[in-house]
Design a protein around this ligand. Sequence first.
Ligand SMILES: CC(C)(COP(=O)(O)OP(=O)(O)OC[C@H]1O[C@@H](n2cnc3c(N)ncnc32)[C@H](O)[C@@H]1OP(=O)(O)O)[C@@H](O)C(=O)NCCC(=O)NCCS
Length: 332
Amino acid sequence: MPATSDTERLLIQTTSGCSRTERRFRVSLAPGPHTTNAMADLTERGFDRRRDLPELLALIGSARASSDAHAFLHPGGLQWLLRRLGHGAFAVRQWFDLDALAGVAVEDSGYVIIHAATAALDRHLWLLGQAEAHLRQSGQATIEVSVWESDRELLSSLQSLGYEPSGTYGHELVYEAGDVPRDPTLPEGFSMRWLEPNLDDAYIELHRAAWSTWAPSTYDRQMHAAVTTMPDFERELVPIIAAPDGALAAYCIGWFDPRTRTVEIEPLGTHPEFRRLGLARAIVHEVVKRSAQRAAKSVMVWGVSTNPEAVHLYESAGFHSRRILREYRRKL
Ligand SMILES: CC(C)(COP(=O)(O)OP(=O)(O)OC[C@H]1O[C@@H](n2cnc3c(N)ncnc32)[C@H](O)[C@@H]1OP(=O)(O)O)[C@@H](O)C(=O)NCCC(=O)NCCS
């Protein structure tokens, strides 16, 4: 389990780092297992958050909007992950076709998210080949990726490359618009707030405490600053419940994606002292309500097989499983 959210157990495993130095070089044409000549002209360029993030978010958002069969990342989840830039072995690698972003590989130790600008399988596999080569070179023993259960085309290619199920999977849990929950009822004396700037330090402590039941959290001021300055971050979409004495008890971040008009919840947690009081369910209902005020079409969250309590929570709040994303692994 990673130091942060359960979604990240599914999407990414550990931290890693990103060189902000620009690296420009022609992609090698040495024929790897997934390389074709069609990809010969792609150029890799080092990722710079300020310069490259808008285009990256546009790529991820439009893939979701077009229902690209191989795409699963929501722009909100990506922005949450990007707090790790500059930490450990987390890296965003990107390739360009002339000036157009052609594809990315988000690498974190052995776990990789591949995203191409087109839904073409050969482009996806080529990017995967690049990630495999890079991880092998950096001494990783295995690589893991996530694939929709329904994506037969990609699954059959992965199987022929020697990928096998790791056993971990996640539900894409969805709350469709149209059924706005009533104002959540809170226990006596508790109140609903949002991430007002003067709550930042207490919020960081709340996040750390909520996730400490999984592992010590690495979330700190620096990561918080990275999160709160992401393009789609909105303080009002961070509902927070305060206890009668003002202590912060539960929270989530809702990420509204203007491209798809959908929201992702990531992360969400309740302080261990305030569990089983219905606070997380109240937070979920509040973020659904605030999403509806922005005319969001739906709210989604990952419910991973390793966190059945969270799946129960979301189901109890009215979410249903739309599809399943499974992890596959191979030796390098
Ligand atoms: C999962 C978590 C958010 C639940 O918070 P909570 O405030 O205790 O949850 P609620 O009291 O609102 O519970 C709502 C429903 O969730 C389910 N649920 C919550 N905790 C559960 C548990 N430990 N075991 C089984 N079901 C559980 C139940 O269906 C519950 O309804 P019920 O109490 O009427 O039976 C909390 O345990 C937590 O912060 N865990 C660490 C962080 C985490 O895993 N976050 C999930 C992010 S995807």
